[in-house]
Design a protein. Structure first.
Length: 192
């Protein structure tokens, strides 16, 4: 059906063949570029947005539009990234886990920090040590609910007003829904 439409529109055969090859992964290779946008949202909330795009200009225009429509601004390079630290993070549930043993395993494997809270345990590593620590935990039978390299905020912004929290949430959701966006990190501290 698509071929019939192309032919009826007098599209050259070479263009049709090139489009088919591109659609099945052949033809000219598409190059993807990884970008990071630094954004300030409502009430000074800092956002780091990681994305992968095949068209920098298109993505830039779309991200700027999303940010502007949701009361945010694109920040200067380095002004937001300095508010985050890249870390390996593992979250382990409390069920069937001995806190002292887990802390010992994690720290011996090279973890930088170990935090306990009512819901579970958080283990932080240098990104270079993440894989080694994670493998040590798995080898000792520890199951991680979350295991990832992430950006953790050094300072958080408490959102005390519900309308501000809703506005920040709208901006984050709009960014996450964009096809090119891989990850959105925020220093917002949402009310419970």
């Amino acid at each position: 059906m698509v071929l019939l439409k192309c032919r009826s529109a007098n599209m050259p055969r070479d263009n049709i063949d090139r489009a088919i090859k591109k659609g099945i992964g052949g033809g000219d290779a598409v190059s993807f570029e990884e970008l990071t946008y630094e954004i300030y949202g409502p009430q000074g909330v800092a956002l780091l947005v990681e994305l992968t795009t095949d068209n920098r200009n298109r993505t830039s225009a779309e991200i700027r539009s999303l940010v502007t429509k949701n009361s945010g601004t694109i920040a200067a390079a380095g002004s937001v990234s300095r508010l985050f630290h890249r870390k390996g993070q593992m979250i382990v549930g409390r069920e069937g886990v001995n806190e002292d043993q887990l802390m010992e395993i994690a720290l011996e494997a090279g973890a930088e920090d170990f935090k306990a809270d009512p819901l579970g345990y958080e283990i932080l590593t240098d990104p270079a040590q993440f894989e080694a620590v994670h493998k040590q935990l798995e080898a000792r039978g520890v199951k991680c609910e979350v295991a990832e390299i992430t950006e953790l905020p050094t300072v958080t912004v408490p959102l005390t007003r519900p309308e501000t929290a809703a506005s920040v949430n709208r901006l984050i959701e709009a960014l996450e829904e964009h096809d090119d966006v891989k990850e959105v990190y925020s220093n917002a501290e949402f009310p419970e």
